[in-house]
Design a binder for this molecule. Sequence first.
Ligand code: NAD
Length: 467
Amino acid sequence: MKYKLLIDGALVDGASAIEVVNPATGRPFAAAPRADEAQAELAIAAARRAFPAWAARDCAGRRGYLEQLATAIEARAEDFARLLTQEQGKPLEQARQEVMGTVAALGYYAEQKLAPRTLRETAEDRIVEQRYPLGVVAAITPWNYPLLLMMLKVAPALITGNTVIAKPAPTTPLSTLLLGEIAAAILPAGVFQTLVDRNDLGAMLSAHPGVAHVSFTGSTPTGRKVLASASDTLKRFTLELGGNDAAIILDDADVAKVAPAIFAGATTNSGQICLAVKRVYAPRAMMDALCEELARLAAEAVVGDGLKQGTTIGPIQNRAQFEKVLTLIEDARARGTIVAGGEPSSRDGYFIAPTIVRDLPDDARLVREEQFAPVLPVLAYDDLDDAIARANDSDFGLGGTVWTSDVERGIAVAARIESGTVWVNKHLDLPFDVPFGGAKQSGIGRQQGIEGMEDFTQTRIVNAALG
Ligand code: NAD
């Protein structure tokens, strides 16, 4: 299949091309068109032209377009899922879930609207808060959930009346390009467009005066660059960044119940989830039983090509990340005890077996840094206050979990974690109507929920004298 960019309603070739590698083989399996700055300028100009007519429709007028898009994606669900597995690596069943999550997100946002809020209504005054769209939104995404993360930006941006330029990560551009191909037949020209780059257009979009809002998901270092690029134009932005989420297990927890949940939370999508469990704090007396159970689950996991039936853990998405993870494992080997995994795979592709490490000091790289891989440090604690302080001793503050057989106690511990989301006895439950985002250097702004939609709009207070 020949992939095209969607610019101003037309499916076009790029100025050049990039190879897209299947991480399960380490070899290219498709070519993607790569846009240059001139094509990005054309896309921004087209998005600006399309904006007034799109913004002038009300939410009901835009709703049908989103519903049509959802139906069209659902009709191609299996194509999307296979493409996701090939470009991203995740097992096919997880890719199917990502596609259906994307369809559900579109369906949810299609029904939303931001109604005006009356702030005061007296005999003298009527003060109303209205919301209007910002203009052109640049949606910039990472490579772990290429389709779903894109849709969690595109759908709320479109329903609130913005036009969108979608720029996926260079290693996972194909699902966004397929989305563009489908959207070309549904949305008016310029309302939704796709650009693929080689990590060179994100900065241009973030700085461009024609772009009103940057909705960015990616690493904290790149988030800092977006913040700097957006400053000249005082552009609006949402930054969903990295995390180093702690799981705190309380002394009353049942290891047999908690270990599978923690293992899944640390290894789903090969641990490449911003909100994955990235460090575990367990009571010292529980350490042996917990590590034994986690090691057993690691041994049971089937690591392999996501297209192969039975695979539970696919490859790491790209070579740079794979090599970074290998250095983290070597550092962990030198400073702690590896109880499962830890050996690089000898086959082609970027495979890392699930790895469990104990006895690491708190300043080990695997504890301090975001590993974004199925490599989990398990740390002992003697005192709960100390465990909470260690969990909070991080520049990140994205998520976190508390595991206990006493839910009220768990909720009280959760209230002491400095993070945007803390789950008690569950994980990765992210309903579309609940706002989500980071504390500290894990982000600024919110996605999902009313707050997330509001981020794509400007407030206008209309304050009228009635007398
Ligand atoms: P990354 O920061 O390297 O890249 C993300 C995107 O930014 C890519 O599309 C890239 O091309 C683009 N980009 C590169 N330079 C840019 C610049 N100067 N200005 C603007 N955009 C630029 O991130 P990644 O390695 O692709 O993704 C992994 C990271 O994403 C992890 O840290 C993970 O925790 C984070 N993440 C966060 C969330 C969240 O919701 N908080 C969700 C998923 C992933």
